[in-house]
Ligand binder design. Structure first.
Ligand SMILES: Cc1cc2nc3c(=O)[nH]c(=O)nc-3n(C[C@H](O)[C@H](O)[C@H](O)COP(=O)(O)O)c2cc1C
Ligand code: SF4
Length: 401
């Protein structure tokens, strides 16, 4: 077993290709109906309902369609897709095959994070075995009307290439820069054709849903957030690693399971997520409360919260693709503001302007990177006021009087 897996994963109990064979007994519309009944939403972060995406791609008219597995996994603090690809690649390919059949695609592409190049040999071997078993090629699983092959394309080593339209640009050999949306990839995706892009974990769960039934998946989690979820847990806790929990788990219960009860805060959703203070640990991890692609970074009592914000903002200032002004200039300005705070050279008025800039970036940036990059700083300023105000000379002096 991979040493970073901390509790038993449902994936280990599902028979390889069991879900695929069960799905192949159904018609295309029935498959999408089963995915809808399960309530599954994308595990890549945005939480878009998988059945809605597949329905749109299935309805689009084209000579050719594509299914893409997003294995770019670039969000800081996320490493669960690496574990799934290492241990349960068969389930991911089952999910891609089910998606391809449902939408009428003949080509699947797994876009693999450049840093995961070492996994390519293993994944190619699994694909070769599937071709030999008739799980790929002409007449998949004995279905005369279904032809599919799956290929692997290497990522470009940039965080932005995980954003689905930048990923498609990168696969086409262009710079990885997000496209204007609409049109959406389900309509105009890879080479201008309908393309369903799904996260690694989403596709693996789809295979489990067909192996165990939509009702099983729906019975776990909350009304709006069905099923189980993998979490990449890192930071100041006793047992970091990959965990499976039901959606809707409270932050407190998760921290107890990983030995992080004494945390001062938890960054949920990676660098682009929110910093949740100890006073809010009763909140739940679910689309209706705190949504996440699965990154949980535990922040211990000794940590300097401004240093935490600096760390994330340095990442975004580096990773902005530079295409739109709010993000290209905004991340640099926010980082500069953090440095001024650290040097005791930031006024109360300037801090307000920094927060207002962050809010403008959330509204005006072209893609999810710039829309979410201010989240960590803004939530740290909101929840750790005394720590931040202590860096503003006038506010610190007033507090001492
Ligand atoms: C900057 C940025 C980076 C992203 N990185 C990833 C990633 O590494 N993996 C991923 O699955 N989704 C990533 N996404 C989300 C994708 O654009 C897309 O929503 C997702 O792959 C859809 O799959 P799902 O519906 O199964 O979640 C990223 C989005 C943004 C804005
Ligand atoms: S928000 Fe940032 S990453 Fe996204 S398009 Fe604009 S500059 Fe590029």
């Amino acid at each position: 077993m991979n040493s970073s897996i901390k509790n038993a994963l449902t994936f280990s109990t599902v028979e390889p290709s069991g879900g695929l064979r069960a799905a192949m007994d159904k018609g295309r519309a029935e498959i999408i109906a089963e995915v809808r009944a399960s309530g599954i939403r994308g595990r890549g972060g945005a939480g878009f309902p998988t059945s809605v995406k597949w329905n749109l791609a299935a309805a689009a008219k084209s000579d050719r369609k594509f299914v893409v597995c997003n294995a770019d996994e670039g969000e800081p603090g996320t490493f669960k897709d690496r574990v799934i690809l290492s241990e349960y690649a068969g389930l991911v390919f089952d999910g891609m095959t089910i998606a391809a059949y449902a939408i009428g695609a003949t080509t699947g592409i797994l876009y693999l994070r450049a840093e995961y190049t070492y996994l390519r040999e293993h994944l190619e071997k699994v694909l070769a075995e599937r071709r030999a078993k008739g799980l790929l090629g002409q007449g998949v699983c004995g279905k005369d009307d279904f032809e599919l092959d799956i290929q692997i394309r290497m990522g470009a080593g940039a965080y932005i290439c995980g954003e689905e339209t930048a990923l498609i640009e990168s696969m086409e050999g262009q710079r990885g820069e997000p496209r204007n949306r609409p049109p959406f990839p389900v309509d105009t995706g890879f080479t201008g054709r309908p393309t369903a892009v799904n996260n690694v974990e989403t596709l693996a769960w789809v295979a489990c849903i067909f192996a165990r039934g939509a009702d099983w998946f729906k019975s776990v989690g909350t009304g709006k957030s069905a099923g189980l979820k993998l979490f990449s847990v890192s930071g100041d806790c006793k047992a970091p690693g990959v965990y499976e929990f039901p959606m809707g788990i409270t932050v407190a219960s998760l921290l107890e399971a990983v030995g992080g009860q004494d945390a001062k805060a938890v960054q949920i959703g990676g660098a682009s997520g929110y910093c949740v203070p100890a006073g809010e640990f009763t909140r739940t991890i679910a689309y209706e409360d705190i949504a996440t692609g699965g990154s949980i970074i535990v922040i211990g009592r000794e940590r300097d919260m401004l240093k935490v914000a600096e760390n994330f903002m340095e990442f975004f200032a580096d990773e902005s693709c530079g295409q739109c002004t709010p993000c290209r200039l905004g991340n640099g300005k926010l980082l500069e503001g953090i440095h001024l705070l650290q040097q005791g050279r930031c006024s109360m008025q300037y801090l307000r302007e920094l927060c207002s800039l962050g809010e403008t970036m959330q509204l005006a940036s072209k893609c999810g990177l710039g829309q979410s990059s201010p989240n960590a700083l803004l939530s740290i300023v909101k929840h750790f006021q005394s720590e931040i105000m202590g860096r503003i000379p006038a506010a610190a002096a007033a507090a001492r009087e």
